[in-house]
Design a protein around this ligand. Sequence first.
Ligand code: SF4
Length: 383
Amino acid sequence: MIKIDNLPQFGLYVHFPWCIKKCPYCDFNSHNVSHDGIPEQEYIQALTKDLEGSIDLIYGRKVSSIFLGGGTPSLFSGNGIGKIISEIRKLTNLSPYAEITIEANPGAVDMARFETYATNGVNRVSIGIQSFNEDHLNSLGRVHSKNDSFEAIKLAKRFFKKVNLDIIYGLPNQTIQQLEYDIDLAIATEVTHLSFYNLTIEPNTKFYISTPSNLPDNDMCYEMQELIINKLINNGYQRYEVSAFAKNNDYCLHNLNYWNYGDYLGIGAGSHSKLSFRDKIIRQVRNKHPNNYLKSVLLNKHIIEDKEIDFKDIPFEFMMNLFRLINGFDVKLFRERTGINISSILEKLDKCVDEKFIEFKGTKIIPTKKGIDFLNELLLIFL
Ligand code: SF4
């Protein structure tokens, strides 16, 4: 039996499941826009109904952040996004200081749209740049060019205080020099948040069926990762999570809440939720395909999984998130978030220390460089 005395911070995730063209490496819940376009109004109504149906679960909780993710949310009109935010404001206790992020893709943004997003409360934008190299953009099946990226960054900086760029490394045929070019250009944009992800080949993607033969090997990817970390740190960015770097403390508050094992409600096709109560933590998953989601919301059958997290799985889930944080966490956070006494995992923590995956500093548990580099091996100890 768990006992949670104070509920954690709470964020709202809204999923937008359409993209102009599915990228061959992508395993997100994204679907090509059909010839008829996006059913924007119908989807907004479905999101509203979805949120209304979930209010009992989150009643009274302050919404500290909203993340409009996808897919490509920036395919939605400025007024459409405005309507969604205003429905959230009406139905929930949205903090006036909430961080509200929208994901955008170069090639699916324009000035009027960004301006209306900002007017409606969006204050952070995350742009899927992936690379500044045209050949690599082509090999990733991206629909935008390097110039589209620069244009999108220029507009984003004009309308939003916080801007993130997503960049992928370990690309087909990519050399260290080409990666260095991407890092240098990213730094030169002077945005305050950068995320660098290693390309991984996921099941259910085109790259899984037909994997590019010229991917950098593990040693080279490690060298690339070290280059990214060194260059960004030398240029004033702090690595605060495995893949996330921030300047001027401009952390992504929504993602930090995930990594701190905070709570979130996900609405929209395929979205996931994690919600804490005094004596349990639950997870929900919504119907994944946009058409099925739209139909099932009307019948109130859109939640396809709704279960209490098993007591024995909670410590693993906690560590899976917290060990992503470079500066670690305070020991007391384990009890606060999981409702479980830390004495139940002391043996496992000792094993992590023996393996040099973590170290104790005062009241903090901090992953070592080895722990961060071998995160999967570290987490196996908690399985
Ligand atoms: S744009 Fe992003 S979400 Fe859409 S298919 Fe490509 S990687 Fe996936």
